[in-house]
Each structure stands twice: as C-alpha cells, then as structure tokens.
Design a protein around this ligand. Structure first.
Ligand SMILES: *[C@@H]1O[C@H](CO)[C@@H](O)[C@H](O)[C@H]1NC(C)=O
Ligand SMILES: *[C@@H]1O[C@H](CO)[C@@H](O)[C@H](O)[C@H]1NC(C)=O
Length: 295
C-alpha cells in the first residue's frame, strides 16, 4: 500500500516538470499580442499545467519585434535568438520548439547553427514554414494573376541584390525556380541553411539530434506560394508549374541536409490541415501535435 502511494507520488513528480516550449512568431506578428501568440501561450499553459513557455521577442519591445520581422537580417535574428535561448536558465535541460510561418525557417537555422550550444531541442514543430522559400506573393489567387506576375518579375529582378537581401527579410527566402543558380549563389540565408552552397556537417548533425521534425502544411494556404514549401516541396527547377516533393528533390536525393536519413529513421512527420495559413483548431492541435509531441 505504501509502496503504491510512493510510486504514485514519484510518477506525479516525474510528470511535474513538463518539457518547456519556445515559440517563434511569423511576419507581421510579435511574441506577445493577446490575439495571437499571447493567447496561444495561455492555451499551452492550460493544456500542459506547469509548462514553461518562452515566446521569443526579437528586439527590446513588441514594436521592435514586429519591425525586426521585416527588416532585421535573418542571420542576425538567428544569432540574437541563439543568445537569448542560451541565457534562459529554464531552457538548459532542453525544450520543444514551435515555429510559425517564417519563424519556422528561422528556428530551423537556430537548431542547425547553435543546436550544440543550447539545451537539446527535442521536437521541432513547423507550422506553415517556408523551408524551400517562396515564389509568389500573399493572396495572389487566379483573379489577380497578371499583377501578381508583374510584382513577381520585379522581385525576381531585385531579390538577390545584396542590399535587398540585407534590408528586407522576405527577400532572403525568395526562391526563383527559373534561375536556381542565382538562388544558390545569392540567397544569403535560405540557400545557406539548406546546404545548397556547401555542405556544413554541423547543420546535419544538429538537425539529426531532434527526436521529431514535424512539418505542418496548410492545404488551403492562400499566403504561402507554393504551399508545398511547408513540406520542403517546391517547383521543379527550370519552371514554375510542376511541383516536386522533398523526396524527389536533389536536396533529399543527395542528402545534403540529412533529411533523407531523418526520414528513413522516422524522424520526419508530415501533417496537413485543410485550412488557410496558420488556421487550425485547438482540437486539431491537441490531437495531432500536443499529445504526440509536447507532453
Ligand atoms: C536593444 O537596445 C539596444 C540599446 O539601445 C540596441 O543596441 C539593440 O540593437 C537593441 N536590440 C535589438 C535587437 O533591436
Ligand atoms: C558550419 O556551421 C557551424 C555552426 O554555425 C559554424 O560554426 C561553422 O563555421 C560552419 N562551417 C563552415 C565550413 O562553414
């Protein structure tokens, strides 16, 4: 009888310290707005009693955080966040990471570049990330096709100039499938973290240390083009209609980033939701993400 009580006591205490969670918001959002990540944080804390949730703020205030999402060079944001995480005493024993939209590829860069200098990242949940970049602009449905194409052409022309790469965050993950060579040589952020330029084995090792890398794609996404980038898919090089999956890409076939070995080890998880960008219900999240990966 007493041993049973002791056992229950022990189990309760083992569960008393849930794995902390770190959130990185998307473009136009901040760490703490009550209508976005602020309420998501409260939701997590209600679902996982006692959990420590750190919603990353890039900058000294919420306003700076929002501005930096547009203007602070991602390589700098990544360094900044590595520093914040390494200094947070509550994250020393490891944590789960959740990225939202562009926060996904930035968080992946943190894991790849400084995973060996911070507490181990256990599971990484990518909600609508642009892992192969974007080629298209928000809300460019068929109706507005012509003007979208025009802006697309303009961005194609400008996106790889070094000053654009340095001054507009979204240009650093612009990926023109018609000109893969320019993308690989001039994309200072995305092509670099995807090991398209050279192969950095630290990136492979750090990513492989994850237990699971969960990629969530929004099937009705009207913001991210192509939405397949959320699963590392993209246009087949040389054109902008036919899509290929991660498994059909050179990145995978040559295993430049270690994703093939992670896939074969069952570490890559591909989930899809019917809604638009970042639209999911609490029930969906609890069932498909929280229960399997966060508790
Ligand atoms: C925070 O404020 C300091 C001091 O004013 C400044 O040097 C620094 O660049 C700011 N940090 C960010 C990320 O904007
Ligand atoms: C690979 O990445 C690590 C971590 O960011 C960095 O320290 C190292 O210099 C990089 N190696 C090469 C060859 O670029």
């Amino acid at each position: 009888m007493w041993s049973k009580i002791l056992l229950l006591f022990l189990i309760k205490n083992i569960n008393a310290d849930p794995t902390p969670i770190v959130l990185w918001h998307g473009m136009g959002d901040t760490c703490c707005f009550s209508f976005s990540l602020g309420s998501f944080k409260i939701f997590l804390q209600e679902q996982i009693p006692g959990v420590y949730v750190h919603s990353l703020r890039v900058g000294n205030s919420t306003v700076e955080d929002m501005e930096n999402g547009y203007f602070m060079y991602p390589n700098k944001q990544v360094d900044y966040v590595c520093d914040i995480i390494s200094k947070d005493p509550k994250l020393q024993n490891g944590f789960n990471a959740i990225g939202f939209s562009q926060g996904c590829q930035f968080f992946r860069a943190v894991i790849q570049r400084c995973g060996h200098r911070i507490g181990p990242v256990k599971n990484f949940i990518s909600l609508g990330g642009q892992h192969q970049g974007v080629y298209g602009l928000p809300h460019c449905g068929a109706l507005q096709h012509q003007s979208c194409d025009y802006v697309r052409k303009l961005l194609n022309y400008a996106a790889y100039y070094s000053w654009v790469q340095k001054s507009l965050v979204q240009a650093t993950y612009w990926h023109d499938p018609l000109d893969e060579d320019t993308y690989k040589s001039h994309s200072e952020f995305l092509a670099e973290i995807n090991n398209e330029r050279t192969i950095n084995t630290t990136y492979i090792e750090n990513l492989n240390n994850l237990n699971h890398f969960v990629l969530v794609k929004f099937d009705g996404d009207s913001i991210v083009q192509p939405k397949e980038t959320e699963w590392f898919g993209f246009y087949k090089p040389g054109q902008a209609k036919k899509l290929i999956t991660l498994q059909e890409s050179e990145l995978y076939l040559q295993d430049r980033l270690g994703l093939k070995r992670m896939d074969e080890a069952g570490k890559l998880v591909f989930l899809s939701v019917p809604g638009d960008h970042l639209r999911f219900s609490e029930d969906w999240f609890i069932q498909n993400v929280l229960e399997p990966y966060l508790i």
